[in-house]
Design a protein around this ligand. Structure first.
Ligand SMILES: [Ca+2]
Length: 484
């Protein structure tokens, strides 16, 4: 009887079998207005010189560039919201970003038509790409007609004043704040999910979950889980502890902002790697580390490459950052343009128009080559895509410049050793190690034009010997010669 009770408890705590998984996926984040304009007829009033105005990018443009995503090698695309935005501007800004919805089930005319949406999803799926759509569940756009038509759907200033949890009840940036505790609102938001599921969406990226009540989220996520839809929560600034708490609530993944900040400081900022090591140690404790979204930057943060004064340095360190990102357990997310080290400060400067091959400098082509190599190496490796992750000890005097870990995929037994190296020059290291001797230690990441990696590893006689180029991350396949 006791045994029966505990197994019941376990099944209530563990994710159910119908849960979706994005382990092994690599996501590319697109803001359609700033990606590619495939149909000038739907532009309306645009001003490409104003980062707060519509620029004309659309679903037709994204569809025509899916071959670009395939060239990069990603397996999924996340679109910021594409549904109908509020009329007019607020704060001298258009709803080009998609976060000011008026009709959650209609494609905004700037992005295209229902038919173009269907064409996009079909082309993405045919090309092997999963589709993640941003879902707004906290608010309507400022001037959306629903705000005046259905005032009972929204929290009032009095609600906000009386609330103990201001994050949930008070408006985010002044936006009309939905009252999820009202059954009609809850059903409306559930219905939005159901609608987009019928439209072929494989996953939802939920915006601003910090500002939405947990009991509502729990019910929403249970429905997604039952339907097999992957869920990714955006809790701005989340550390590993927050990621873990929200996974327990029912999210598959969350963005780890703490790790993002550590990687930016260490890799782009030239700081030590200790903070990354500590963020990874924390992240290992969450219920589903393989589903956590990992990123260098996004549309809400200054660009990764913005951390340096010099363009070439920003490009070199972005190569390091992208390689590092693609070695980690979790789901890497690449924000459009980071694969060519685009620059830009805070919103909206981080949302400059995407530039494509014919517009790139040779240096940008070099960043892309490193990015696409790293994405493809990751996707071809079971150990990198799905493996567990074990940090190796390094001597204290090297902890600022050397981060080592092993990724091992238990089913196949495939394993790799990963080395992040922040040293300023090529350096050789010889470290005492308990790892068994390995006959095979081939480097997997290649620089453009290389056929053999210029990094070296050997493990024998209780020592791990490394020769690493400056400021980069490297991955080495491990095994007996017979294994491959
Ligand atoms: Ca257009």
């Amino acid at each position: 009887m006791l045994k029966f009770a505990s197994s019941l408890l376990l099944s209530a705590l563990l994710p159910s079998a119908s849960a979706a998984s994005f382990a092994g996926q690599v996501i590319y984040q697109v803001m359609p207005d700033r990606f590619f304009n495939g149909n000038k007829a739907n532009d309306g009033v645009t001003d490409p010189t104003n980062l707060r105005a519509w620029h004309g990018g659309d679903l037709a443009g994204l569809t025509s560039k899916l071959n670009y995503l395939q060239k990069l090698g990603v397996s999924a695309v996340w679109l910021t919201p594409i549904y109908q935005q509020q009329p007019g501007r607020s704060f001298d800004t258009d709803g080009y970003h998609g976060y000011w919805p008026a009709d959650f089930r209609k494609v905004d005319s700037h992005f295209g038509t229902q038919t173009e949406w269907e064409g996009f999803v079909k082309a993405a799926h045919t090309g092997g790409l999963k589709v993640i759509l941003d879902q707004v569940i906290n608010h309507f756009g400022y001037t959306s007609p629903t705000v005046t038509q259905k005032p009972e759907w929204f929290h009032t200033q009095a609600d906000c004043d009386a609330a103990s949890n201001k994050d949930v009840v008070c408006p985010l940036a002044g936006l009309p704040d939905l009252k999820q505790e009202t059954p009609a609102v809850r059903d409306f938001l559930f219905g939005n999910d159901d609608y987009w599921r019928t439209q072929g969406v494989d996953g939802f990226r939920y915006d601003a979950i910090k500002n939405v009540p947990n009991d509502f989220l729990k019910a929403l996520l249970a429905r997604d889980r039952a339907a097999g839809t992957w869920t990714l929560g955006e809790y701005y600034g989340a550390d590993a502890l927050t990621v873990g708490q929200y996974q327990q609530l029912g999210f598959d993944g969350l963005f780890d902002f703490q790790l993002q900040d550590a990687m930016k400081t260490s890799i782009m900022g030239g700081g030590g790697l200790e903070r990354v090591r500590s963020a990874l140690t924390e992240l290992a404790k969450v219920p589903q580390p393989g589903e956590v979204a990992l990123f260098l930057d996004n549309h809400d943060l200054p660009r990764f490459a913005q951390g340096t004064l010099f363009e070439d340095l920003g490009q070199d360190r972005t190569k390091y950052g992208l390689r590092a990102l693609l070695t980690l357990r979790g789901v890497p997310v690449i924000w459009q343009g980071t694969e060519i080290a685009m620059r830009g400060g805070g919103d909206p400067d981080n949302r400059r128009d995407m530039r494509f091959e014919s517009q790139w400098t040779p240096a940008e082509q070099g960043v892309f080559a490193v990015a696409s190599n790293a994405v493809k190496v990751r996707r071809a490796s079971k150990a990198l895509s799905l493996g567990d992750q074990t940090l190796l000890d390094v001597p204290d005097n090297l902890a600022d410049r050397l981060l080592l870990f092993v990724r091992r995929e238990p089913v196949s037994g495939q394993q790799v050793l990963v080395a992040w190296h922040s040293g300023e020059a090529r350096t050789s290291y010889s470290l005492k190690s308990t790892l068994p001797a390995q006959a095979l230690t081939r480097g997997l990441f290649l620089d453009p034009g290389e056929s053999v990696s210029n990094a070296k590893l050997s493990i024998s006689h209780g020592y791990l010997n490394l020769s690493l180029p400056p400021k980069t991350a490297m991955v080495f396949v491990l095994g007996s010669a017979a294994a491959r």
